[in-house]
Design a protein around this ligand. Structure first.
Ligand SMILES: [Zn+2]
Length: 119
């Protein structure tokens, strides 16, 4: 008779590596349309194109293809934990969202200045 815990049962209680989950979450986040707060509501055209039309309906539009955006390198310490990885992925995703919003805002601002200076 032994009081030793069953090693297999102990193994089952350990948190399983979540790298696969994080990578899957990252992939899903990359496929999802970016958060575009502060931007006009875009149309979602074919092929994953996100189209921002001119607010004055002049026919101009600015297209973005979030699916083609590459994620930059993740900055991680040498002995990184899954929390570090999660934070790095969130941070990289935030950077992409901000860059996306900035590109769209600049494109719209440039168009308004050029085509609708009287606005
Ligand atoms: Zn316009």
């Amino acid at each position: 008779m032994s009081d030793d815990p069953d090693p297999d049962a102990f193994e089952g209680r350990l948190p399983t590596p979540a790298i696969e989950d994080l990578l899957r979450a990252r992939h899903e986040a990359e496929l999802a349309p970016p958060v575009v707060t502060g931007l006009p509501m875009p149309d979602f055209a074919r092929g994953g194109i996100v189209r921002f039309r001119c607010l004055f309906d002049c026919g101009w539009h600015h297209d973005e293809n979030p699916g083609l955006e590459r994620s930059g390198p993740l900055l991680l310490p040498g002995d990184f934990t899954t929390e570090d990885l999660s934070a790095a992925i969130s941070s990289a995703s935030e950077v992409r969202s901000k860059a996306f919003a900035m590109r769209v805002e600049q494109a719209i601002a440039a168009h308004l200045a050029e085509a609708h200076p009287e606005r």
